[in-house]
Design a protein around this ligand. Structure first.
Ligand SMILES: Nc1ncnc2c1ncn2[C@@H]1O[C@H](COP(=O)(O)OP(=O)(O)OP(=O)(O)O)[C@@H](O)[C@H]1O
Ligand SMILES: [Mg+2]
Length: 241
């Protein structure tokens, strides 16, 4: 089903990408030399937005391909990926939602952290899903301040190989015990528009890398989700799952 959906979505995505690139070309050509400064700024903003449309359409195509490979258990293309690059890939999308919900986003990567050895696009989706859940948990009138905190650091060396730990923390309403029991069950959701697939996908992706994903209550309120990934070269040697 996932592959079928991906297959059908590829056509409209390719169209979005080529319309965006076509519009970019038109914008380049349409700017007269004597254009007023404020109109120039507006065109510049449009160009930036258009570039983002093209970029995200291409990224969506990569996500579809990765999910397809993932469900077929094919081509485990693990790459050495600098952790900052994983965050940079999702931050434009996270920022859009954060702005809408009035959430401040903090990210911290420990200096000198080794790159992760991972299926880059799938891990980006893990981070994106956890960040989305965190922001949705803060989307209630009583929640203030609203802060999403994403960190990456060297995991404590309890097992051979180097490991990186990620944490995604929110200051939301927390997770009730009855919800906690079913959290990772496919199709379990407490949100009317939720598919209930995010966390089960996250756990499967992380476990396929040999890591683990869990959560804990965060004091004074909210929740922290943590997961581990093998480091390409860690403090205790090369990490491979
Ligand atoms: N950070 C969080 N704080 C509080 N509850 C959470 C948090 N993350 C997840 N949950 C709860 O876990 C449920 C399942 O999450 P999951 O991401 O699997 O599905 P979803 O967000 O409902 O839908 P989608 O498939 O669109 O992601 C959510 O509906 C929500 O009740
Ligand atoms: Mg979700």
């Amino acid at each position: 089903m996932a592959s079928l959906l991906g297959h059908e979505l590829n056509q409209p995505l390719a169209a979005i990408s080529s319309y965006a690139n076509g519009s970019l070309n038109l914008l380049e050509r349409a700017i007269p030399a004597d254009l007023a400064a404020d109109a120039c700024d507006a065109l510049q903003d449009m160009r930036t937005a258009m570039r983002q449309i093209a970029h995200q359409a291409e990224r969506a195509g990569r996500v579809i391909k990765s999910v397809h490979n993932f469900v077929r258990r094919r081509s485990r293309a693990r790459e050495e990926t600098p952790v900052q690059q994983l965050l940079d890939a999702i931050l434009p999308l996270v920022s859009l939602q954060a702005r809408k919900l009035g959430v401040r986003v903090h990210t911290t990567v420990e200096p000198g952290l080794a790159p992760a050895l991972c299926e880059r696009t799938m891990v980006e989706q893990v981070l994106l899903n956890l960040a989305r859940n965190a922001m949705q948990a803060m989307d209630a009138p009583a929640v203030s301040p609203r802060v999403l905190d994403i960190r990456a650091y060297r995991a404590p060396c309890e097992q051979p190989g180097g490991w990186i730990e990620f944490s995604v923390t929110d200051l939301g309403s927390g997770i009730a015990p009855a919800v906690a029991e079913k959290l990772f069950t496919p199709f379990f959701s407490t949100r009317p528009e939720g598919m209930g697939l995010g966390l089960s996908m996250c756990r499967t992706v992380i476990e396929q890398h040999g890591g683990s994903l869990g959560f804990a209550a965060h004091a004074p309120r909210g929740t922290v989700f943590r997961f581990t990934l093998p480091a390409a070269q860690g403090p205790c040697g090369a990490g491979d799952a």
